[in-house]
Design a protein around this ligand. Structure first.
Ligand SMILES: NC(=O)c1ccc[n+]([C@@H]2O[C@H](COP(=O)([O-])OP(=O)(O)OC[C@H]3O[C@@H](n4cnc5c(N)ncnc54)[C@H](O)[C@@H]3O)[C@@H](O)[C@H]2O)c1
Length: 249
């Protein structure tokens, strides 16, 4: 898989999966724009590719426009878009019966609308570049309900799959591919509640056929494959990366 001199934008790059993906792309020689609401994290890879960090809100179209145009101005092209932005608000995102509707709206804005905004600005840039590839992060929660419902999160993650497929068929003729990844439980800052809780981690791992919790590296490996030319005939589909959880009866 060669990413040398390719230009990528990674949203959610201040977090677990996004930062790992950005670093792997930089490590493979890509020119990477990292974007996140959080201040610049430690540990951004030094090369052989390059990095630029943008702090801002991915639901703000002016910010998204700025990130896209800065990458285009610097490199004259855009090859990849990765959407990992997301929030999982355990305390506030509940059943549709009692969720505060402003929480519902904000979760949908962050977990879904931001993906549409970033794609809306990336697509014209990719069209001018002769094609490109996108990976959007959904969740295995898109495929099932939950005994402890987080209905806004689940609805947004389901909609990410339809959005990704729609992008795939609309822009295949421009050489643009769009795919989604559905992670299972993955140890990242989003799941900081598991930190130091060995019993909780062991219980989650015991439920996974492959016997462990996922890592951001597992997700980055899948993402770089889908971005790469090795996946040049793959578009409009989903890759479940969950250690076998959704295959369980
Ligand atoms: N960790 C898991 O168990 C898991 C499981 C399934 C799916 N996912 C999905 O994978 C993706 C990556 O998750 P992660 O585990 O790396 O989480 P994470 O919390 O480490 O990363 C998500 C990043 O999104 C950023 N973000 C949130 N709101 C933003 C906004 N308005 N504008 C810009 N940035 C914003 C956060 O600051 C954070 O850095 C998410 O979409 C998540 O829903 C995670």
């Amino acid at each position: 898989m060669s990413f040398s001199d390719k230009v990528a934008i990674v949203y959610g790059a201040g977090g677990g999966m996004g930062l790992n993906i950005a670093n792997d792309l930089i490590g493979e020689g890509a020119q990477v724009a990292l974007a996140d609401l959080k201040p610049q994290p430690d540990g951004i890879a030094g090369g052989p590719g390059t990095s630029v960090y943008h702090q801002g809100d991915a639901t703000d179209e002016a910010f998204v426009k700025h990130v896209t145009h800065t990458a285009l101005d610097a490199h004259g092209r855009l090859d990849y878009l990765v959407n990992t932005t997301g929030v999982l608000w355990f305390d506030r995102d509940r059943s549709l019966l009692d969720i505060n509707l402003s929480v519902w709206d904000r979760v949908l804005e962050i977990n879904l609308k931001s993906f549409a905004l970033t794609a809306r600005h990336a697509i014209p840039a990719m069209q001018r570049s002769g094609g490109g590839a996108m990976v959007h992060f959904s969740s295995i929660q898109a495929l099932r309900g939950d005994t402890l419902p987080q209905d806004a999160y689940g609805a947004a993650k389901g909609a990410v799959l339809s959005l990704s497929r729609s992008i795939a068929i609309q822009f295949a003729k421009h050489g643009i591919r769009s795919n989604a990844i559905l992670p299972g439980a993955t140890f990242t800052p989003m799941q900081a509640r598991w930190e130091g809780k060995r019993d909780v981690q062991a219980a989650i791992a015991a439920h996974v056929p492959l016997g462990r919790i996922g890592t951001s590296q597992d997700m980055a490996n899948a993402c770089l494959f889908l971005l790469s030319d090795k996946a040049s005939y793959i578009t409009g589909t989903e890759l479940v990366v969950d250690g076998g959880v959704t295959a369980l009866p």
